[in-house]
Write a protein that binds this ligand. Structure first.
Ligand code: BGC
Length: 829
């Protein structure tokens, strides 16, 4: 049979390419682009972060603006693949606006514990929920010709020493938990790209891992796309290439280029390996329409009303109502005290490579003022929740030096409006990795009081006021946990200042050698220190209102790539603020915005708690929609909320399990993460996985079971909205296994269906399961296995609340990892 014309075309191009040209496609040219091969008319492939928007190639802070969608955990909380598919399609348009063909997302690692700095970026602790949403996201994105990049493959569940630590995980746990979302996004949605993780897996860097990249990904699952390294995550020339890592990112090449050509010429890397990698890149170009496109595309801003509406809808569908003593929805005509550090500052996304310069950032205050009228609202911050001091802004002058010691004449001088840079474009003549700069201007205190000045930077930095060095990480610079472990920990100093005091300000920065990620960044800030008087002022305002909304949580400074959280508490004095306000207010609603679970010591003192996560650029409007009842709180927890940190699966008092010891993180808890852990150890969570209240009520009827051969079953569950408002119910099906020779979790989520029902409306939740939903992986014989016996299907509205149980009797069955039967039921029948 003749090859398909597109395959033929690629083979002919490969035949015409020199070795150097093929190798050139195996590394980036710069941070976000691959090289073009003009001689052959082959266009350049551009990629962009990812995953909650398309940032484009510029600054993380000030780049070309783009739409900010809800973060991963918020999408996880929607439990709505149809919605996530629409988001995928909208993200394709965003990616095209930035001239790119590949979006670096979704992030589909699992929430193994509650402290991972990227917890916010992941969908869920559960592999099936993650997989369903990943399939939807990839399907939506790729339906518009933009490639998804599944990341980070694999076992990348912590940010601590992420480029060196080894995640030590047994194969069964990998196959049943951590690999499953990748497997389904490849087999079911046909993902076109995968990004290898920074970490090592069982001692081998993920980018060099032949078992992961070739045996599992390509041979077992049939992946035919591109595997790229995480940024600077490739540490070898030969191992990575022969393991199946197609593309080193970013460029210019560090491990490849001339080095790889030499390795081919001396026989260490087969020519066929290079040809296969180049073929994969050409195929990706072809799939995304870039093979013949030699035009260089500009990044544009293009804010779409339909995208704004979608973001607002998704944000409301992600909100989880955790407690409600009748305080919500807000009654008509109510006067609301809006309190807390997250009230007037919009918290729309997490930090790190997922951040972008959003078209807008609607705060809770703005959203509520729009919905209720500003005259009904009063405000007090109560306290702050900074990790870093607020960025210093003003009319500053920046002098750039082409050396690392601020010496000689500056080679460029420009005005700047803030002391905050990350991956911004450099002035001509300035080497991004070897330079220094001085920013000068003045700082005028808006209020009298104690002021805290702070800075953090990837190089030496110091801040002077009126000629005196106030904060310094110059001589004292130590590697810490900012800027992806390239920066120092924040250094701060305090000064008592009068109102209106004008101080001369000088900030200096000088680069030094980097460790893994070769970039530079810095930030300096100042904030007034708050304490008991501010909390008292907030309580006073609360006492005068009908109802108080306390907006607490974290921010992108805390929930960020590059570090893990120190604990599971609200930062700063926020717990004290909630307690103080609750003691004085008539009714208190806590609006939480975090990227994961937090302890809630004040839970019994408040009337309602709503978790809004980081819901994207329309945050405040979506929050107002739900608070006022314009929309229901559509979300369910995608992650268990333990009552205290020590109840979490990774916090069992063994540092080899978390955060790791001697370069190894032992996934000794195996399959028992999230609700599996709570069930196995009989530890009640504060709020269980799958939980969420609504403004209406539902009656879940008796399920009907249809069996279609061994392991193929469909469950149909009647659901009626018995309340007076429209709402959503998520019917969840957990499988409790028959006895097996290997221990199995007590029960596991295997399917779910979300129904939107009007008052009085009835619907049927239909959930199809297949053989994989009953099987476990037996690594000794390398097969999936079903034990004969009785399996329970537990049907409910959370991992703790089952409304009915049905029994399914199965015969024994077994099949190999590369069998098409190994895909879960609904997609393999
Ligand atoms: C992150 C990736 C990201 C890449 C490019 C890395 O630090 O781990 O998720 O896509 O940078 O920004």
């Amino acid at each position: 049979m003749a090859p398909a014309p597109e395959t033929d075309r690629i083979e002919k191009l490969l035949d015409r390419m020199t070795l150097a040209e093929q190798v050139s496609l195996m590394s980036g040219e710069d941070f976000w682009n691959l090289p073009a091969i003009e001689r052959l008319g082959i266009g350049a492939l551009r990629v962009t972060d990812g995953p909650n928007g398309a940032r484009g190639g510029g600054s993380f802070v000030d780049g070309v603006r783009s739409a900010a969608f809800p973060t991963g955990i918020a999408l996880g909380a929607t439990w709505n693949p149809e919605l996530v598919e629409r988001i995928g399609a909208a993200l394709a348009e965003e990616t095209r606006d930035k001239g790119a063909r590949v979006l670096l997302g979704p992030t589909i690692n699992l929430q193994r514990g509650p402290l991972n700095g990227r917890n916010f970026e992941c969908y869920s602790e559960d592999p099936v929920l993650t997989a369903e949403l990943a399939v939807a996201y990839v399907t939506g994105l790729q339906s518009r010709g933009v490639a998804a990049t599944l990341k980070h493959f694999a076992a990348n569940e912590s940010e601590i020493r992420r480029t060196v630590n080894s995640s030590d995980v047994d194969e069964r746990t990998l196959r049943e938990l951590y690999l499953l979302p990748f497997e389904r996004a490849v087999r079911q949605a046909g993902a076109w790209a995968v990004m290898s993780a920074y970490n090592r897996v069982n001692g081998i860097h993920a980018a060099d891992h032949r078992w992961l990249l070739t045996e599992v990904l390509r041979q077992d699952w049939g992946f035919d796309g591109v595997v790229m390294s995480d940024w600077f995550g490739l540490h070898s020339t030969v191992e990575g290439a022969v393991a199946g890592l197609d593309l080193e990112m970013p460029g210019p090449p560090i491990q490849r280029g001339e080095k790889l050509i030499a390795a081919v010429e001396n026989g260490q890397v087969p020519r066929d390996t290079v040809r296969a990698a180049a073929r994969n890149v050409l195929r990706l170009l072809q799939r995304t329409g870039g093979l013949d496109d030699l035009t260089s595309r500009r990044e544009v801003e293009n804010e779409r009303p339909a995208t704004r509406a979608l973001i607002r809808e998704a944000a409301a569908e992600a909100m989880v109502l955790l407690k409600n003593n009748g305080a919500l929805p807000l009654p008509e005509g109510v006067r609301v005290a809006v309190i807390g550090p997250n009230a007037r500052t919009a918290r729309i996304m997490g930090g790190g490579s997922a951040q972008l310069n959003a078209y807008r950032r609607v705060s809770v205050w703005d959203g509520l003022a729009e919905a209720l009228g500003g005259e009904r609202l009063t405000f007090a911050p109560g306290c702050d929740n900074h990790r870093f001091q607020p960025v210093l802004e003003g009319k500053f002058r920046c002098e750039w030096f082409d050396n690392q010691s601020l010496s000689g004449e500056p080679i460029h001088i420009e005005p700047v409006s803030k002391i905050d840079r990350m991956m911004d474009a450099m002035p001509d003549g300035i080497d991004p990795l070897r330079h220094s700069c001085r920013i000068s201007g003045s700082f005028t205190t808006p209020e009298a009081g104690r002021w805290r000045f702070g800075l953090h930077a990837t190089g030496r930095a110091r801040l002077s006021l009126d000629g005196e060095v106030v904060v310094e990480a110059w001589e004292g610079w130590r590697r810490g946990r900012t800027y992806f472990e390239e920066g120092c920990d924040p250094v701060t100093a305090e000064r008592d200042l009068a109102a209106g005091q004008r101080l001369g300000l000088v900030f200096e920065f000088a680069t030094k050698p980097t460790y893994n990620l070769h970039f530079h960044a810095f930030q300096a800030g100042a904030g007034r220190v708050s304490g008991a008087p501010e909390i008292e002022a907030a309580a006073e305002i609360a006492a005068r209102a009908d109802l108080t909304l306390v907006c607490v949580g974290r921010s992108a400074e805390w929930d960020t790539e590059g570090w893990d959280l120190p604990d599971m508490r609200l930062p700063g004095a926020q717990d004290a603020l909630v307690e103080a306000v609750a003691a004085r207010a008539r009714r208190v609603i806590v609006l939480l915005q975090t990227g994961g679970p937090v302890e809630m010591p004040w839970l019994d003192s408040v009337d309602a708690v709503m978790q809004a996560w980081y819901p994207g650029q329309e945050a405040g409007d979506a929050i107002a929609d739900v608070l006022t009842g314009r929309r229901g709180p559509g979300g369910r927890l995608p992650q268990s909320f333990p009552a205290r940190l020590t109840d979490a699966p990774t916090m069992i008092g063994d540092d080899s399990v978390y955060p790791g010891r001697d370069g190894h993180v032992s996934y000794a808890e195996g399959l028992e993460i999230g609700y599996r852990h709570h069930a196995a150890r009989d530890i009640a969570p504060l709020f269980p996985f799958g939980f969420g209240l609504d403004y209406t009520g539902f009656e879940i009827g008796a399920p009907a079971l249809e069996t279609r051969g061994n392991g193929h079953v469909t469950v149909r569950v009647p659901v009626t909205n018995i309340g007076e408002r429209p709402g959503n119910e998520v019917v969840q099906v957990y499988v409790a296994p028959a006895p097996a020779p290997l221990p199995r979790p007590k029960f596991e989520l295997k399917g779910f269906a979300k129904l939107a029902l009007a008052p009085g409306e009835a619907g049927i939740a239909e959930i199809a399961l297949g053989p994989r939903d009953f099987a476990y992986f037996n690594s000794t014989v390398q097969r999936w296995q079903i034990e004969a016996g009785n399996y329970e299907l537990r049907i409910g509205a959370s991992a703790q609340q089952f409304s009915s149980v049905i029994n399914v009797e199965l015969n024994a069955d077994t099949w190999a990892v590369d069998s098409s039967r190994s895909c879960p039921g609904a997609w393999c029948s």
